[in-house]
Design a protein around this ligand. Sequence first.
Ligand code: SF4
Ligand code: SF4
Length: 230
Amino acid sequence: MALKDYREEMLMCCRCSYCKFIPLEKIEGVNNASVCPSVSRFNFNTYSGGGRLNFAMAMLEKKIDYSDKLLEVVYNCQMCGGCDVSCKYGMDMDVLDPINEMRIQCVSDGHTLKALDTVINSLKKQNTMIPGSAAKRGDWAKGLDVKDYTAQKARVIFHAGCRTCFDKRHVGGGANAVKLLQKAGVDVGIAGKKRCAAAAGHTRWAIKDDFLAQAKKNMEMFKKSGAEYW
Ligand code: SF4
Ligand code: SF4
């Protein structure tokens, strides 16, 4: 799909604001009334799901040009999908997909946030979101007595994400998860140094072609392992 394929959604938006605040009859308290972290932060409709659809329509119809402000709005979205879920309470339409297509459109037109250049280059060149850390891929599992599913058959694959592998604050969590699975009697395996990116970063930053290539690579590796659960 492409941004133009969501024109109907852009036209359907009835500005009910469910994408900003959950439907009135569902609100249980003032602390749980907000849907969109982006609107909570910027307090302006353009940052909401519906606002982004209006923005997308303006992009489609070439009524606005790329600018720092446009990119700032596009990338200040957590891609959490809250707007999409809340909108579907009243409407039969997609909100998150067109928001994602806006990002893909920006990337394919060569417009990304300067602040993201390092991360995107690292993903493209080293297959990790954390620059300069590719050689340390397997370090998070040092000392763990666990199968390498690329060499031994395991029933379940534990795929460690970039942050589990490289971010010191998360490394212990990955090892503990493996230990817990083993304690529960699960036949688990990891890929160690051969591990590839999960492609979550490629999705988040809308690098569509690289995402598809990475996802394919991971699928082939998982299938080849003979594991039952990934
Ligand atoms: S909840 Fe859906 S229909 Fe309502 S304003 Fe938001 S995007 Fe538009
Ligand atoms: S996906 Fe973006 S626009 Fe939708 S609720 Fe989350 S932050 Fe807001």
